[in-house]
Design a protein around this ligand. Structure first.
Ligand SMILES: Cc1cc2nc3c(=O)[nH]c(=O)nc-3n(C[C@H](O)[C@H](O)[C@H](O)COP(=O)(O)O)c2cc1C
Length: 184
């Protein structure tokens, strides 16, 4: 598939086929797309925790429900596998620290890039994904042994779409609103 076609046809999936599981081989291809991703100063400030056992998935499903039962993934129990994106300390160049007084300035963006590349790789393999933004940090640490204070920035749900023929609905701001040349 042409790359722009991958971009046009990928969509966030919210209805997964609970009967079809994603192979470890495909999961590792997806992780490889993240591992190869660019990052500020090549700091690679991430750890990817792949969650595919029934017990671990049950815990993950609990950890993506936050206060008052709110969750971005009411469909979470249909999902074949998840990837947890944990932000690591970034080893960036001294000039970055001198300018921003912050080693983590680029890290959330880096994680977003890695996650997006994984979504596109998954789509090219015929798989469906959805990013999940909210999680309960304390439960993530407790269930998955994540060191205290290492932020879980994202969770990615991966599986087979329940209906892969569903139309892709891309709601996007018009080009003129989001892009200009040479000036604001
Ligand atoms: C940081 C981030 C967090 C997201 N969290 C959720 C979520 O919790 N639940 C959900 O259904 N979609 C979530 N999404 C998916 C967005 O809603 C989706 O990307 C957007 O509506 C555009 O649709 P598309 O991905 O199908 O092109 C998230 C996306 C991003 C980038």
């Amino acid at each position: 598939m042409d790359f722009l076609e991958i971009m046009r046809t990928r969509r966030s999936c919210r209805a997964f086929d609970p009967e079809k599981s994603v192979s470890r081989e495909d999961l590792l291809k997806i992780v490889e797309a993240g591992r190869l991703s660019p990052s500020g100063c090549n700091s690679q400030p991430w750890k990817f925790i792949v969650v595919d056992s029934p017990e671990a998935k049950e815990k993950l499903c609990d950890a993506i429900v936050v206060e008052k039962g709110m969750t971005g993934a009411p469909w979470r129990h249909q999902v074949s596998a998840f990837i947890i994106f944990v932000e690591q300390s970034a080893n960036v160049m001294p000039s970055v620290v001198a300018h921003y007084h912050d080693t983590q300035r680029f890290a959330p963006g880096d994680i977003g890039i890695a996650c997006m590349n994984m979504c596109h790789e998954a789509h090219s393999l015929g798989l469906a994904t959805c990013m999940i933004g909210m999680n309960d940090q304390a439960k993530m640490e407790e269930y998955f042994g994540i060191p205290q204070g290492k932020d879980v920035r994202l969770v990615l749900a991966i599986g087979y779409a329940a209906d892969s023929s569903a139309p892709v609905n891309k709601v996007r701001k018009p080009l003129e609103e989001v892009c200009s040349f040479n000036h604001w």
